[in-house]
Design a binder for this molecule. Structure first.
Ligand SMILES: NC(=O)c1ccc[n+]([C@@H]2O[C@H](COP(=O)([O-])OP(=O)(O)OC[C@H]3O[C@@H](n4cnc5c(N)ncnc54)[C@H](O)[C@@H]3O)[C@@H](O)[C@H]2O)c1
Length: 322
């Protein structure tokens, strides 16, 4: 039996597809290719090119493939865009999930894995790693769509009886192979690599945070590790080890923006200069995952370190789209 992966042609989704295949699981991709690229998907994998918000189309696809579960990654993910276009984010991210859950319920699918985000935590109280039990208080529309999504999932599962887990990814970066890299410019590392390639200074937003060098601290986790966490979680859902759970996916280690700039210099062999701009609204100082829960429940810990992440993202970065 197969797993349906929505957003499987996207950056993280394609890594999940490759990891599922490598674990001998069957996969069907559902993707409208709005930001995804079908070339990331191996030829043997069926792609259903539909909008997940289309209830009837989603229902038809799930009825046709009768999957063991759905891994739902398809969503908009740009925090700044969500602040400018909140209604689009609420509509698409939540209609997409509602449509997926409706198809799950109509067709008796037993397992759902949902892409959530560290954005659900907002600005943490302290600078210690954030456990899943920490208060959730998202700072922007994007994070709120993820938190409401978790609630929608929880409530629907409680009344319809399927098992679910939400994976709260921290800052996903790197690539398992150049063809799968993040071609968007939403996240820090692709932006730094583009600046490096163009010989321009990088922009650092905020140099006066209460951190070790004044720049913001984030938990960067290799996308290959994130993909492996999905395989472990999918198996744990089927085995009943997970049934209604929220897990952080991170390394449990923080990296400042300036440390990331140094790492880009090491990976490319070219020191990257930078300019410091004022902080952006809603950018917390320090966001690092507490990873005890995922380690205890799934036996998963990140294998790759910071330099592995940056070197893998820098490989063949001349091909990155702009
Ligand atoms: N990249 C990160 O650091 C990060 C961190 C936390 C959470 N996430 C979440 O992970 C998921 C995947 O992110 P990504 O970085 O791979 O983004 P991405 O844009 O590369 O992938 C999203 C995929 O979903 C598809 N898609 C979008 N809307 C769709 C729709 N309505 N119908 C069908 N397909 C649709 C796109 O074509 C694309 O292939 C998202 O839910 C995102 O919120 C990402």
């Amino acid at each position: 039996m197969s797993w349906i992966v929505t957003g499987g042609a996207g950056y993280i989704g394609a890594h999940v597809v490759h990891a599922l295949l490598a674990s001998d699981l069957e996969v069907v991709v559902v993707d409208d290719l709005s930001t995804g690229d079908a070339r990331r998907i191996p030829a043997q994998v069926a792609i259903e090119q539909i909008d997940v918000c289309d209830l009837a189309a989603m229902d038809t696809v799930v009825a046709r493939h009768r999957p063991v579960g759905v891994i739902h990654l398809a969503a908009h993910k740009d925090v700044a865009e969500s602040v400018r276009q909140p209604m689009r984010y609420y509509r698409d991210n939540l209609d997409g999930l509602r449509s997926v859950l409706s198809a799950v319920v109509n067709n008796g699918v037993g397992h759902v894995l949902f892409s959530s985000s560290a954005a659900v935590y907002g600005t943490p109280d302290g600078d210690t790693p954030i456990p899943e039990t920490a208060q959730t208080s998202p700072d922007n529309a994007y994070g709120r769509t993820k938190l409401v999504g978790e609630w929608l999932l929880r409530d629907t599962a409680a009344s319809h009886g399927f098992r679910w887990a939400a994976l709260r990814y921290f800052n996903v970066a790197g690539a398992a192979e150049p063809g799968l890299r993040d071609t968007g410019l939403t996240n820090l590392l692709p932006r730094l690599l583009l600046a490096s390639r163009r010989g321009l200074p990088a922009t650092v937003y905020g140099g006066d945070y209460p951190t070790r060098d004044g720049s913001a601290v984030r938990d960067y986790v290799h996308v290959g590790d994130v993909a492996d966490a999905h395989v472990s979680a999918a198996r744990a859902l089927v085995d009943g080890v997970l049934h209604a759970d929220v897990l952080n996916v991170g390394r449990g280690e923080g990296t400042t923006v300036l440390e990331m700039i140094d790492a880009v210099g090491r990976a490319t062999g070219r020191e990257l200069s930078y300019l410091v701009e004022p902080r952006r609204t809603g950018d917390p100082a320090h966001v690092v995952a507490g990873v005890d829960e995922i380690s205890a429940r799934l036996g998963w810990t990140a294998r790759y370190g910071l330099d592995d992440i940056v070197v893998s993202a820098a490989a063949d970065s001349t091909l990155a789209t702009v």
